[in-house]
Design a protein around this ligand. Structure first.
Ligand code: TRP
Length: 334
């Protein structure tokens, strides 16, 4: 018997430049999964406009992210890599699901609470219904598993609740997705405040390594990374800075943290930082070279986006049509 491949869906926001944390924590996993699963990877430009964006900048960044993902190893022939706004079924399903999601549920989302505090005057409805669009993203493709970071777990829980509610009313319409915690993934922390996640939206540029940082910038940022004063290279809770450098190193080299510790036993932080910097430069240099080739090839990018949004729309439309029928919308053809 042939076992059906599992369906994976994940989305990435085109905000800021992607970091080494995104690469080691998420993208590397996405790359590994594409061989065993049917994968949908979506650049979520419609989620990005829940906060005010500069139009020219946003347009540029969505293409940057698409190109970085390809350069990092997402194969657009194998995985369905596409732009969210190119597949209108996402917003259509989101509207219907809005009608099956309660205000109370959305008010409890911690990301909404955080973001609305920061949003100043612009606490728009899109910021509030953001998780419903995310649910639509996932449910359209009947995804079995969704690779997400901890910050998105609550949104995935809500997606499950919406799917279960809908299925209880109308029969088995949606696959109820599970979170996927990857093997290859590592949680990479800020180089300056290693208690915090490495983030592309951090104000302090020294706290993250952008995937497009040049070798000298990388070396400088790693050199400045916060460590501690005990001088021993160990992975330990009370040594967040050193532990983070060990995570970066072992994740890049594909070894365990324990193996990394052994490799550096008896050495000083200077050596650790040098080797971490070289390891990072070694993975990012070829990635950047590829990125620059892809990014300027408009014909290629257009083809990737068109082909893949068609593939996505085909599957999405099947789910959407079923949902429309279940809730009682009249068909276009009687
Ligand atoms: N909200 C996610 C984030 O900010 C991005 C996202 C949108 C997503 N739709 C998704 C992630 C669907 C997983 C599945 O990281």
């Amino acid at each position: 018997m042939v076992e059906e491949k599992k369906v994976i869906f994940s989305g990435i926001q085109p905000s800021g430049s992607l970091t080494l944390g995104n690469y080691l924590g998420a993208v590397k996993n996405w790359v590994a999964l594409q061989h065993e699963c049917t994968c949908y990877y979506c650049v979520v430009d419609l989620h990005a406009i829940t906060v005010r964006q500069d139009a020219t900048e946003l347009r540029k960044r969505t293409l940057d992210v698409m190109s970085v993902l390809i350069a990092a190893g997402i194969d657009p022939e194998q995985s369905v890599l596409y732009m969210q706004s190119h597949v209108p079924q996402h917003t259509e399903l989101a509207w219907i699901l809005d009608c099956y999601t309660y205000l109370g549920e959305l008010s409890r989302m911690t990301q909404f609470k955080d973001k609305s505090q920061k949003a100043g005057e612009n606490i728009n409805s899109g910021l509030f219904t953001y998780p419903v669009l995310m649910a639509a993203d996932i449910l359209l493709y009947q995804a079995d598993m969704v690779p997400v970071g901890v910050d998105q777990k609550q949104h995935l829980e809500l997606t499950r609740d919406i799917a279960i509610r809908f299925n209880n009313l109308y029969g088995d319409v949606f696959t109820v997705p599970d979170p996927y915690i990857g093997k290859a993934g590592a949680k990479i922390m800020s180089l300056q405040e290693p208690e915090k996640k490495m983030s592309k939206s951090d104000e302090n540029e020294n706290s993250y390594i952008a995937l497009l940082d040049g070798p000298d910038v990388i070396r400088r940022k790693v050199k400045r990374a916060v460590t501690d004063s005990d001088g021993e290279i160990r992975f330990a809770e009370d040594k967040p800075g050193v532990s983070n450098l060990l995570s970066i190193y072992s994740s890049i080299c594909g070894i365990s943290v324990e193996e990394g510790e052994k490799e550096f036993s008896g050495q000083g932080y200077g050596v650790l930082k040098e080797r971490v910097a070289e390891a990072v430069v070694d993975v990012l240099e070829p990635l950047q070279k590829k990125y620059h080739e892809i990014r300027k090839d408009k014909a290629y990018l257009t083809e990737v986006m068109q082909k893949n949004s068609q593939k996505a729309a085909y599957v999405a439309q099947k789910t959407l049509a079923k949902v429309q029928r279940k809730v009682g919308l009249a068909p276009t053809k009687l």
